[in-house]
Design a binder for this molecule. Structure first.
Ligand SMILES: NC(=O)C1=CN([C@@H]2O[C@H](COP(=O)(O)OP(=O)(O)OC[C@H]3O[C@@H](n4cnc5c(N)ncnc54)[C@H](O)[C@@H]3O)[C@@H](O)[C@H]2O)C=CC1
Ligand SMILES: O=C(O)C(=O)COP(=O)(O)O
Length: 539
């Protein structure tokens, strides 16, 4: 299994994690309790991070650390997982991580109540100008007549994005007797009814909302969603809260809106450029700011620190995958059951990959019997990694699906109902321009991978170490000639596995050897009488 890239499987040295942002000490304590070495180094520049990241298996971050493709390049081949103690992964180049086989995980719920509460606090702060009134009062001005607020009750709150945080904000807003409308293309009408929100288009939200709060991730689709044009379509006197991401609002346009009085107030926790030690909006009347404090409560920080450390440790030590944003989940309970299947899948993929070469057009993964009860995604990932390892050293089950897509390989997953000859079976069929090749394998004693059929011929073999795959005419004398040729090259035969289509027909030999089969020996084997194909294999 070396090199499969599944955490917990290939790690032999001490596992090491770097925590590069301020995190509750429980994160480091969990890593240490689970036998993982931890370094905590915050405030690193990208260059400083790149200089040391190559020594770590895991990197735990919040939003201050930017994890670029260049940092990941410096982190390879060791880094296996980046854990975000929080929600937004916009500071991590996720496609680059996927391409490099690095798992990215976040903690999707740990800080959502806290962030929703911050948004509600910002609503009140805007409605009653609390920060401005505080400043004036403490300056000894007693400007009772200057501050005249608005009530929240009865007003319409427009949510842009109604996922975890947006839903909690909606719930709290109902408690404040606000009407809630939401623009979220992925919000189902049923869920909107359940939440008691009006599902509306963005234009309607802009036209109706007295208050707007943003709760979407920063993506190519949401960047600048409150653009100059969108702001122009808002109600005069609108108040805007952004506790999601700075890039969602056109900051220059918001500044103009505040200055003309079209926008009565804006409360921002997040900024286009962070840390926002300067920003064109600063000093604009009606503006309230906090330094990305949305997730900063004791409770949320404990939650996310514990979650990220447990998740990363599960992956690094057991292969369990929870809350990954670039690879399907695999629970720490499932992982041990799947491990032998993934070993089998990888071996089958590797076998067929070595035989067919790189002109692969399609890969079908079929599971039957006990295997059909399991999560098929990791099995498929392992097959793809096995096939592609034949032409790429850096492939693992995380980046294999992306590499397959990049190469235009069609991947199909098939669950066969019922049981065949084996209580559990994984079959891999690889399509090339020349046709399809199928291999089948099972687990002996639920743990030992065994090949049971190769290209339609029953043969039982343990796929490991150095082997030779030989197709020949089933005729007397072949085995003797083969043994002699091997002996001439000092290559010791460890095991010999034979199968044939029918007596006197096509036969297959899978020969395990103690020493590698070099090109010269392979050539001599090909020259033996009746031999049709020889492929040296390694597992
Ligand atoms: N200020 C802070 O400290 C914090 C900020 N955040 C930010 O809040 C964001 C939202 O967090 P959650 O609610 O937990 O995420 P979520 O994934 O549960 O919800 C996001 C919602 O946005 C919707 N959405 C996606 N694209 C959209 C579009 N083009 N237009 C409208 N809606 C769209 C999705 O359908 C989803 O319902 C995070 O991505 C993060 O950037 C999260 C935690 C703390
Ligand atoms: O969880 C998120 O998305 C956040 O924005 C919180 O950021 P932080 O962990 O406070 O740097």
């Amino acid at each position: 299994m070396a090199g499969l890239g599944l955490g917990g499987i290939q790690v032999t040295n001490a596992v090491k994690v770097l925590i590069s942002d301020k995190m509750d000490p429980r994160a480091a304590a969990i890593f240490r309790d689970r036998g993982i070495e931890v370094d905590e180094k915050t405030g690193l520049s990208p260059e400083e991070l790149s200089a040391i990241i190559g020594d770590y298996d895991g990197l735990a971050v919040r939003s201050s650390t930017r994890v670029s493709a260049a940092v990941m390049d410096a982190a390879l081949p060791r880094l296996k997982v980046i854990g975000r103690a929080g929600i937004g992964v916009d500071t991590i180049d996720v496609p680059a991580a996927s391409a490099r086989g690095i798992v990215v995980m976040n903690t999707p719920f740990g800080n959502s109540i806290t962030t929703a509460e911050h948004a509600i606090a910002m609503l009140f702060a805007l409605a009653r100008e609390i920060p401005q009134a505080d400043q004036s009062t403490q300056a000894g001005k007693w400007e009772k007549n200057r501050f005249m607020g608005v009530e929240l009750a009865g007003k319409t709150l427009g949510l842009i994005g109604c996922g975890n945080i947006g839903s909690i904000v909606a719930d709290r807003a109902h408690g404040l007797k606000m009407k809630v409308a939401a623009f979220d293309p992925f919000l189902s009408p049923e869920r909107a009814v359940e939440l008691g929100v009006d599902k509306v288009e963005l234009d309607e939200l802009l036209a109706r909302a007295d208050f707007i709060t943003l709760h979407t991730p920063l993506t190519d689709q949401t960047r600048g969603i409150l653009s100059r044009e969108a702001l122009a379509r808002t109600k005069k006197g609108v108040r805007i809260v952004n506790c999601a991401r700075g890039g969602l609002i056109d900051e220059e346009a918001l500044k103009d809106g505040l200055e003309t009085g079209h926008v009565a107030g804006a409360a921002l926790d997040v900024f286009a450029k962070e840390p926002a030690t300067e920003n064109p909006l600063f000093g604009t009347p009606g503006l309230i700011c906090t330094p990305h404090l949305g997730a900063s409560t004791n409770e949320a920080q404990v939650n996310v620190a514990i979650q990220v450390a447990e998740q990363m440790a599960d992956y690094l030590l057991l292969g369990g995958i929870t809350n990954a944003v670039n690879v399907p989940s695999l629970s720490a309970e499932e992982a041990p059951r799947l491990k032998p299947y993934m070993a089998l899948a990888e071996k089958l993929g590797r076998l067929v990959g070595q035989v067919v070469g790189s002109e692969v057009r399609s890969i079908d993964v079929e599971v039957e019997g006990a295997a059909a009860e399991l999560n098929i995604k990791p099995i498929t990932g392992a097959v793809l990694a096995g096939v592609m390892r034949c032409w790429s050293d850096t492939v693992n089950m995380v980046n294999a699906p992306y590499l397959a897509k990049e190469r235009g390989i069609t991947v199909r997953e098939i669950r066969n109902d019922g049981e065949g000859d084996y209580h559990t079976l994984v079959a891999v069929t690889v399509g090339t321009a020349g046709g399809k090749r199928r291999v089948e394998g099972t687990l002996f004693g639920n743990k030992a991978p065994r090949l049971v059929k190769i290209f339609g011929i029953p043969v039982e073999a343990d796929l490991s170490g150095q082997m030779a795959y030989i197709v020949n005419d089933d005729a007397p004398g072949f085995i003797g000639a083969l043994g002699t040729a091997m002996g001439r090259h000092d290559v010791n035969i460890a095991t010999f596995n034979l199968g044939r289509r029918e007596e006197g027909g096509e036969a297959v030999a899978l020969v395990a050897v103690d020493d590698p089969i070099n090109a010269q020996l392979a050539g001599e084997l090909r020259d033996l009488s009746g031999v049709r194909e020889v492929v040296p294999l390694s597992f």
